[in-house]
Design a protein around this ligand. Structure first.
Ligand SMILES: [Zn+2]
Length: 190
């Protein structure tokens, strides 16, 4: 197992359209293990492949890493390959989000309470599940990464401006984190 450096805000891989995974392989299984290790090391609850520089349709989640969410079933580690959101439902809920690729920036994002999602698990077995609450939130955030969408994209221009200096700092590679970041490629602050 290995820790993978996390790609940060403004790296173009976070904005790319991701490729479908078409077969199981030893290297895919190793990548999944490494992504879990990387996620746990950075105290994250979800990690999508573009965040470690792989433009493929894969994310991992272990949202029970947050100990005060005891009202929801303990799902443990989950792997989502080639996921498709079938529908979202329920009220729009406002909840604070952060992202390992955008360290030190947090803000409220509105998302529907429930998500029904089709995906392949790590054995490439097809699954269809509905999630609610915190799990649904994390899954929707990670799914967005596979579409090149960041939680910042949901914020108003005003809210984004409030984060401008923090984003610049990340973009210039000046931010210190407790987990390894990928070396900065060129980009523009948007
Ligand atoms: Zn994220």
């Amino acid at each position: 197992m290995a820790l993978l450096p996390i790609v940060t805000y403004n790296d173009s891989v976070l904005r790319e359209k991701t490729e479908k995974i078409d077969e199981n392989s030893e290297s895919l299984q190793t990548l999944i293990d490494d992504m879990f290790e990387t996620m746990y090391n950075s105290s994250g609850v979800g990690l999508a492949a573009p965040q470690i520089g792989e433009s493929i349709q894969l994310f991992v989640v272990d949202a029970d890493a947050i100990p005060d969410e005891i009202d929801e079933p303990n799902e443990g580690p989950l792997v989502f390959i080639n996921p498709v959101i079938i529908e979202t439902s329920g009220e729009e809920v406002r909840m604070e989000e952060g992202c390992l690729s955008i360290p030190d920036v947090r803000d409220d994002v509105l998302r529907p309470l429930n998500v029904r999602i089709e995906f392949f698990d790590r054995d490439l077995k097809k699954q269809e599940r509905e999630f609610t609450g915190w799990m649904s939130r994390v899954i929707q955030h990670e799914f967005d990464h596979l579409q090149g969408v960041l939680f910042l994209d949901y914020l108003s221009a005003f809210r984004r401006r409030l984060h401008r200096s923090a984003l610049k700092k990340i973009d210039k590679g000046l931010l210190e984190t407790e987990y390894p970041l990928a070396p900065k490629k060129q980009g523009n602050v948007t």
